[in-house]
Design a binder for this molecule. Sequence first.
Ligand code: 5GP
Ligand code: ZN
Length: 115
Amino acid sequence: MSDCIFCKIASGDIPAKKAFEDDDMVVFHDINPVAPVHLLAIPKKHIASLADAEPADALVMGKLLQTGARLAVEQGCTDGFRTLINTGRVGRQEVYHLHIHFVGGPDVLPPMLKR
Ligand code: 5GP
Ligand code: ZN
């Protein structure tokens, strides 16, 4: 997708602070972090949202979770972190290239949703 900002980060066309990269995926630091650690894990393949993922994408989605979790711990989330995927309008997704947020740090995070 030529106009997708995360495709451009995956290809290196726009810079990002990358924590991991292989043939299938990239993990990089969110430009506007909400906590001391805020990583985004993306597939290099353009998948618009979690709702658009197909059975063939299951392997890379597992890699995103496992690798992102390892990096979150390495970056300081030794006592836990939050893993989040916003999907579509209702989920307030802003960038339409599937990404998993890994958020944490030394302090306990606020509740996820107000009841
Ligand atoms: P969403 O709301 O779609 O789940 O989250 C998109 C995230 O991407 C936001 O947390 C935002 O700060 C981050 N983001 C948007 N544009 C860029 C960018 O150009 N570089 C980086 N590193 N993060 C970005
Ligand atoms: Zn994309």
